[in-house]
Ligand binder design. Sequence first.
Ligand SMILES: Cc1cc2nc3c(=O)[nH]c(=O)nc-3n(C[C@H](O)[C@H](O)[C@H](O)COP(=O)(O)O)c2cc1C
Length: 281
Amino acid sequence: MDYDAAVNSIKAALMQRFGEAFVVDPELQGLNALAKIAGHRSQRRYLPRPIASSLLRLLCACALSAPSKSDLQQCDIVIVNDAAIRKGIAAAIPEMRWIEDAPAFLVFVGNGDRLPTVSQLRGKPFPNDHLDQFFNATVDAAIVLATFVCAATAVGLGCCPISAIRDRPKVVSELLRLPNRVVPVAGLCVGWPAEAGEITPRLSLRTTVIENAYSERDIGSEIDAYDRRRLSLRPYRRQRDVRRWGEAPFYGWSEDKARQYAEPTRRDFGCFVRGKGFCLD
Ligand SMILES: Cc1cc2nc3c(=O)[nH]c(=O)nc-3n(C[C@H](O)[C@H](O)[C@H](O)COP(=O)(O)O)c2cc1C
C-alpha cells in the first residue's frame, strides 16, 4: 500500500470504529502496519488452505518477543495439531464451529509453575505465592496473544481469540495435560480469511481514554450515543434471550451486554484456578 492509501485506510477504519476523525501525519513511519492494526477484525471463516508449521513457529517466536513482566516469561503457547485433541475441544464448545474449522488452533496459557521451580532449583524461598502471581502469568499470556494476532495479521492471516475454552476449563486442561499452576487464558483460531469481515465500532475515546485522572461524567449518555452509532453501522442480527427479556424496540450494544451478563457464567473458574494450585488471595 502506498503512503496516501495507508493514510486513507487508517482514517476510514478509525472513523468507522470511533465515529471521529483522527489526524494521521503522512510522514510517519510504519503506516502500513498501523493500517492493519486500525482495520482489525476478528475472522471466523477461513479458506481451506493450510498454514505451514514453519510460519506458525515464526509467529510464535514474534509473539513471544513481546514484553514480559520482570522478564519472567510466564506465557506458553500450545499448538493443537492433534486431530483428536482439537475435536475434543471443539466438541466441548459446539456453538463455535470455527474452532474445528480453523486451519490452526492454539491455546495461550499462563504458566505460574516455572518461577517457583526456578526458586527451588536455586535453593531460594518463594514468599510470593498470591494473587499477583496469577495476574502476572495471565497478563503475560494476554500480551503474547495480542502480539500473535498482530504478527498473524501482518502476513495476511485472520484470527479469532476463544475465551470460551474457559467455559470448560477442566476438559481443556485434561486434553492438553496442563500441569499444576498452568491455566488456559484463551484459545486462538488462525487461518487465511475467507471473507473481508467488518469493522466493529468501539466506545468513543471520550469514554475510554482518560487524561490524567477520572472525573465526574455522564456515562449513561456516552453509552447511549455509542449504542446509536453502533446500531446505525452494525445492528445486531438477533436479540439475545427474547424469551426472558422480550423484543426490545431499540436493541443496542448495552442491551446486548446487559442481557449477556444477566446469565451467570464461569462461576466455577476461580475454583478451577485454585484447584490448579494458584493462590488467589
Ligand atoms: C480475550 C478474548 C476472548 C474472546 N473470546 C471469543 C470467543 O470465545 N468466541 C468468539 O467467537 N470470539 C471471541 N472473541 C472475539 C470478540 O468477540 C471480538 O473481539 C469482539 O466481538 C470485537 O470484534 P472485533 O475483534 O472484530 O473487533 C474474543 C476476544 C478476546 C480479546
